[in-house]
Write a protein that binds this ligand. Structure first.
Ligand SMILES: Nc1ncnc2c1ncn2[C@@H]1O[C@H](COP(=O)(O)OP(=O)(O)OP(=O)(O)O)[C@@H](O)[C@H]1O
Length: 274
């Protein structure tokens, strides 16, 4: 994969779930770029579509409409077999609960050897890279331990090592710090920062302000659409391909009649109450 290209991107992503009480429009045309070698956080209230977006980027689900690409490959047109192969090679996934990521009867090293084998690596190479990763993530002295002998934070760092082994194009983490306290969250985020410095691309859903603050880019969802992004401390509204922008909630209050007069000025675009 070209490391200057984005690790993943999606455009006009729509996900509609059928349900007995009617359709649920979880994603309503989402455009997101996940830059390579960076941590991108996806935030937003409960039900705003974070997991729906991440499941599609992780090739675990298909969109109803729109484009999703990982490492330059469109996920939408792939057969189930090719999607599975891409997922195995190019995507690492971390679940929210430490126990969901690990098998109770495998040691740290055995988890990493298995992850490497699934990515097509030889046992010896997987063990070598696994040992390197455990060292980077501060788990070298836990290599022979079973998950039950690790703390929640250590389990999540092992899950991260497992997701990163073999350098997939994208690591997707759904609320990986949700069950960790502030100190162990800090250790996990430091581990993520170490990995992104080394070129790993991570997209992480989170409710945790500490985790969002550690990200290079924050994509904030509201009701299935991108409300705004934060890059280098600046809040940016997102204009989609059709020219739609979500106004900040504070700005919505200015337009109770839901109609605006749009004026192009020398230095921008002005929205006024008509
Ligand atoms: N399989 C499904 N079938 C029907 N509706 C679903 C399904 N999965 C999610 N939804 C609905 O889609 C919307 C978005 O859900 P999603 O899980 O993506 O939100 P979220 O931002 O990750 O929420 P949370 O922070 O609570 O995990 C919600 O209204 C949810 O109830």
């Amino acid at each position: 994969m070209r490391r200057d290209a984005p690790a993943a991107r999606c455009e006009g992503l729509v996900r509609i779930y059928p349900s007995p009480s009617g359709e649920v429009h979880a994603l309503k045309g989402v455009d997101v770029v996940v830059p390579a070698g960076r941590l991108t956080a996806v935030t937003g209230p409960s039900g705003s579509g974070k997991s729906s977006l991440l499941r599609i980027l992780a090739a675990q689900d298909r969109p109803t409409a729109g484009v999703a690409e990982v490492a330059g490959t469109s996920l939408t047109g792939l057969s189930a077999r090719r999607l599975r192969a891409l997922r195995r090679r190019e995507i690492g996934y971390v679940f929210p609960r430490p126990g969901q990521n690990l098998l109770p009867h495998l040691t740290g090293t055995e988890h990493l050897v298995l992850a490497g084998r699934l990515r097509g690596m030889g046992r010896r190479e997987a063990a070598r890279q696994g040992a390197e990763l455990l060292d980077v993530l501060g788990l070298a002295d836990r290599a022979g331990h079973l998950p039950a002998e690790l703390s929640g934070g250590e389990q999540q760092r092992l899950a991260l090592a497992q997701a990163v082994l073999g350098r997939p194009a994208l690591v997707v983490a759904d609320e990986p710090t949700s069950e960790l306290d502030s100190a162990t969250t800090g250790q996990l985020l430091a581990a993520v920062a170490e990995l992104t410095r080394d070129g790993t691309s991570v997209v992480m859903a989170t409710h945790d302000p500490q985790a969002a603050a550690a990200a290079d880019r924050v994509v904030h969802l509201r009701s299935g659409a991108v409300a705004h992004e934060e890059v280098a401390g600046r809040r940016l509204a997102v204009v989609d391909g059709e020219g739609r922008v979500q106004l900040p909630e504070e700005a919505m209050a200015r337009f109770p009649g839901r109609r605006v007069a749009v004026e192009l000025t020398a230095d921008g675009v002005l929205l006024r109450e008509p």
